[in-house]
Design a protein around this ligand. Sequence first.
Ligand SMILES: Cc1cc2nc3c(=O)[nH]c(=O)nc-3n(C[C@H](O)[C@H](O)[C@H](O)COP(=O)(O)OP(=O)(O)OC[C@H]3O[C@@H](n4cnc5c(N)ncnc54)[C@H](O)[C@@H]3O)c2cc1C
Length: 276
Amino acid sequence: MSQYASWRVGAVAPLIVYPKNLGEFINVIKEAKERKIKFYLSGNGSNCLFVKLSETIIISTKKLNRIKFLGEGRIVVESGASLNLVLNTSLKKGFVGFEFSTGIPGTIGGALITNAGANGGTISESLESVFFLKNNKEIEVQKNALTFGYRHSSIRRKDIVTKAKFKLTVGDTDESRRNIKKYIKHRNGTQPVKYPSAGSVFMNMDNAKAGKIIEDLGLKGLSIGGAKVSELHANYIINTGNAKIEDIKGLIEEIQEIAKTKEGILLSTEVKIINE
Ligand SMILES: Cc1cc2nc3c(=O)[nH]c(=O)nc-3n(C[C@H](O)[C@H](O)[C@H](O)COP(=O)(O)OP(=O)(O)OC[C@H]3O[C@@H](n4cnc5c(N)ncnc54)[C@H](O)[C@@H]3O)c2cc1C
């Protein structure tokens, strides 16, 4: 998974399957279930540390990236479409409402799991419904039957997202593009975009940002092997070039231990740690 995940580090998977369309995706999942093969769904791998996968195959949604415009700003997007593709395609058609996603390197499926957000918005805001795979068939669930909060949604690990429907609005796309430039500039100045990472590692607390907690503990620059707490943004652990899985995992655990013993703070991870 070092070739796949944004951290450029990861366990060896027995197999990575890239279904080319939704029909293939549904068949692959059906077959894996029938043959009792453990599988893990992966979008862009930008929120995951793959520690161990000896018996688990990866089913990638990367090729499920079709976007259908239904009229009146409604779009149905397959779960593997990148947020960036959705943003650019909708702007070209004159619709605004997806600018929040600027700079988040994820797919629709991955973003729905954590209610990904940035730049003052989240994916759930323009969401109308999510399509799930249940008993080898797609079912559509309206947004009001789901819950979304800060880096949280009621979509569980066993739920399989096939598509999602959004309602965008006709708007000033020139203004959107200007805002996008501002968001990118801000991100480039405040986050270590040149190094492989998985974005923010820890969840913010109700009353404090995880990055501020880590910075106040004096942990900026702390490193294990090739994994390092970013000097620019303390909630990022960067791969400085040759980090191993254990380096990143070890650094996450060390930060948690220091926060607990020095401040009594329990930092939980936003990134998913896949250890079978
Ligand atoms: C440089 C950088 C900056 C980032 N900035 C932000 C930010 O500003 N805001 C933010 O919220 N996040 C940010 N992230 C984190 C990450 O990009 C988001 O969480 C993103 O939405 C994850 O999408 P993904 O496709 O990469 O998911 P993956 O990492 O592939 O998967 C994440 C989870 O979703 C599950 N999943 C994926 N697809 C499906 C599906 N179809 N059905 C069911 N489950 C599925 C996976 O099994 C896994 O549990 C950043 C990451 C990086 C590397």
